[in-house]
Design a binder for this molecule. Structure first.
Ligand code: NAP
Length: 260
């Protein structure tokens, strides 16, 4: 299927690895020129080179912490202040228990997983509205629909972003800008490996056993793949997605047993 976005310009945050990389790959395959971001320059530059060579698009790597104002400024400068497509993403907060977290922990999580996405939308969506076309995908989590107790910081911050998007997506839709959230369940990335390691430690089992137990909670009996996640993201950025507005699209292999 031709997604109709060849030649568009996009920003994919936190994209040297994992789900962000999956999104960058799929958008590049659809012909989108990209700015991609992560903190570590080496992996980011390698990823940018690989994607550009494979798909024949321009991929500019900007090594910066996207959760800081300076990091966002560097990324926005590389875009000349405008983009047609924005994919927001950042690392997830650490697991723990509800008594663990201080005010500073909450502020850090809210900065990373709510206010960073809000700031990037506030910077880039006005230009999309002026030009009459734009797509935004925020990578959030299945925890928005089915909160995960040990990920309380993530539950809290992402719920805030979800509420923000519910309102603003309807305000910008009349101007041709489509904003949605993409909710990963467990995907095979470094983040999943570190959560597996946490389960292994807390339950006194090996990592393979921890993974097997977590896979058993998913009806597909396997973790999701970043490339499939990326393909869904690219579809939400397509011309054909113009009527999908303000949705929370769950990609979890059926793990969340909910009907709406
Ligand atoms: P990942 O494999 O650990 O990859 C994270 C990527 O983000 C890396 O490229 C990393 O590069 C970059 N990054 C992290 N913090 C950053 C920051 N402050 N500024 C810029 N780049 C940053 O993670 P993932 O599995 O793709 O997860 C992506 C998001 O989805 C996370 O918020 C995670 O909580 C959420 N999620 C994941 C799953 C899952 O099963 N994988 C499930 C639910 C939700 P650097 O370290 O070099 O910056």
């Amino acid at each position: 299927m031709d997604l109709g976005i060849r030649g568009k310009r996009g920003l994919v945050c936190a994209a040297s690895k994992g789900l962000g990389r999956g999104c960058a790959e799929a958008l590049a395959e659809a012909g989108v020129d990209l700015v991609i971001n992560a903190r570590g320059a080496e992996a980011l530059e390698r990823t940018a080179r690989e994607i550009a060579e494979k798909h024949g698009v321009s991929v500019t790597p900007i090594a910066a912490d996207i959760t800081t104002q300076d990091g966002r400024a560097a990324v926005l400068e590389a875009l000349g202040g405008q983009a047609d497509i924005l994919v927001t993403n950042a690392g997830g907060p650490p697991p723990g228990t509800w008594t663990d977290w201080s005010r500073e922990d909450f502020i850090k999580a809210i900065d990373a997983n709510m206010l960073t996405a809000v700031a990037l939308m506030q910077a880039l969506v006005p230009g999309m509205m002026e030009r009459g076309w734009g797509r935004v995908v925020n990578i959030t989590s299945q925890s928005v629909r089915t909160p995960i107790a040990i990920l309380g910081l993530s539950n809290t911050a992402r719920a805030g972003l979800t509420g923000f998007v519910a309102g603003m997506s309807r305000q910008v839709a009349p101007h041709g800008v489509v904003v949605n959230n993409l909710l990963p369940g467990i995907h095979a990335t470094d983040r999943a490996d570190s959560l597996d390691a946490g389960v292994a430690k807390s339950e006194g089992i090996g990592i393979d056993e921890a993974r097997r137990r977590r896979e058993a909670t998913i009806p597909t009996r396997s973790y999701g793949r970043p490339e499939d996640f990326g393909a869904t993201c690219a579809f939400l950025c397509s011309q054909q997605a113009r009527f999908i507005v303000g949705q929370n699209v769950l990609l979890d292999g059926g793990a969340s047993n909910i009907t709406i």
